[in-house]
Ligand binder design. Sequence first.
Ligand SMILES: NC(=O)c1ccc[n+]([C@@H]2O[C@H](COP(=O)([O-])OP(=O)(O)OC[C@H]3O[C@@H](n4cnc5c(N)ncnc54)[C@H](OP(=O)(O)O)[C@@H]3O)[C@@H](O)[C@H]2O)c1
Length: 301
Amino acid sequence: MANVLITGATGLVGTRLAEILLEKGHRVAHVGRSKRAGPVPSFLWNVEHGVMEIEALRGIDAIVHLAGAGVADERWTTKRKKVILESRTKSSALLCKTLKNIPNSVKAVVSASAIGYYGFGLSDQLFTEESRPGTDYLANVVVQWEKEVDKIAELGIRVAKIRIGIVLSDKGGALKEMARPIRWGVGAPLGTGNQLLSWIHIDDLCRMFIKAVEDRQITGVYNGVGIKAITNQQMTKAIATVLNRPLLFPNIPAFILRLIVGEMADIVVNGSNVSSQKFQQAGFNFQFTDEVEALNDLFKR
Ligand SMILES: NC(=O)c1ccc[n+]([C@@H]2O[C@H](COP(=O)([O-])OP(=O)(O)OC[C@H]3O[C@@H](n4cnc5c(N)ncnc54)[C@H](OP(=O)(O)O)[C@@H]3O)[C@@H](O)[C@H]2O)c1
């Protein structure tokens, strides 16, 4: 049993991760921008001012670092881009500073990262952990985020980074956005529909984080994606099938999406094919390898 402190625990991944950790008999604490009522100990930090309640570290064996402003929550203005970057770099730096200055028993930090690291790829290009980073805005964010996280390893603490793909959850994120128009009968593939989505069921992702907490061999960077990417069109069709809704409309062209959401449209009209082989070779077995099975499981919850 481990005592695990989670940053950004109120988010999509953190909420489910805490549930599964508790089910497995681990103890969980939260650190975030506001205190949470409930049985789980909750602590405050202020990332902008670089301060954190030091009691948060008491008795902690491992930290799971998920905090970061939502990438798709708002239009990418210059101000928002700064928030997206600094909520990740400054929170990682704050963890590092606190771990360095306060006596603690933390043996591992497992941080979220993102497959945005690789930029966007062509369908015949498979990204592995060895692939070079992309050059677009998000890729730059992820590179700087990982660089801050890596500084924690210099303290002698085991560090693992999980480059998360498109998380499928019934509670929010990409799937909720994709399913909404389909439920209303106005769903359609986006852009060409041929862009590849490297998806993962949220429970598989949480099990990856837990393996990275528990297994001392897990160190460095791992892709947090499922076995096989599928196209936007295949995913749209699978959601419509599972929800038993028709798909009547032609693809929504990329330029229309850019008019609506601006530069952020890049995340949905482009894709990337990302390999999960490294984590599998480390002994991880996926519960969900088929998108229809994953969607059925999520939508019946
Ligand atoms: N979901 C995905 O498909 C996906 C894909 C790739 C990467 N990721 C990465 O994985 C991590 C977890 O994902 P998620 O979907 O759970 O994210 P989420 O639902 O957006 O939650 C992130 C949490 O970060 C904290 N946060 C938000 N804005 C912040 C700010 N300005 N400064 C400091 N903390 C802030 C919040 O926790 P408090 O309110 O408790 O502080 C929030 O609940 C994120 O870093 C995300 O970029 C997710």
